[in-house]
Write a protein that binds this ligand. Sequence first.
Ligand code: ZN
Length: 202
Amino acid sequence: MDSSMYYGNDYKTIPMTSRKRNEGREVTPDVYLYTVQFVNLYMIGDIVSGDFVLVDAGTPNRSEDIIAAVEDRFGKNSRPKAIILTHGHFDHVGSVIELVNHWDVPVYAHELELPYLTGKESYPTGDSTVEGGLIAKMSAAFPVEPINLASHIHSLPADRTVPHLPDFKWIHVPGHTPGQVALFREKDRLLIAADAFVLKNG
Ligand SMILES: [Zn+2]
C-alpha cells in the first residue's frame, strides 16, 4: 500500500448505474470493452499470451469488480502491463489507486493531464445546466479535485507510441480536458475515443 497516493477530498461513490453495468464484450478479439456503472474501460491484449494493458480505471470504489473482470478474461492473478488513462476525470480514474496497489503497475497519461493526477489542479465544477440527460444534471455533484498518483504516473511518450501497445498511437484530443487522448490503431482503423465525442482536425 503506497500512502503517497490519494484521492481528492470530494471523492465518493456515485449512486447510479446503467443497464449495462458489469458487462463486457469483445470489440475485436484483442479489445475487450467492460462497463463499470455508466462508463467504459478497455482491456487490450491477447488472451493467449496474457499480455494486456488496461485503458482507464472506472468509477470510485469499483476495483473489485474490475479485478474480477480482468481475472475472468485473462486468468487468476493476471495483471496488466500498464494502465493508460485517457484523461483524469473521476469516472476514468475512480479505482486507479486500489488497482495500482493491487497490481503494482505504472500508469500513463498525457503530460497536460498530469496536474490533475498529481494533486496540483482541480477540474472546473460540472455545468449542470447543460442539456444532456441525467449524467449532465448530476455533474455538479461529481468529484473534481485532483487525485495524486505520485511516482506511479508517467507521461505518455512524446513520439505518440503507447507503452506495451505497439500497433497503437495516441492522439491528443483536448477540449473535454486539456490532456485527453484517444488511442488509434491504423491496421483496422480502431479508435478508442473515451469522452471525445466530437473530433476535428487541427
Ligand atoms: Zn471525462
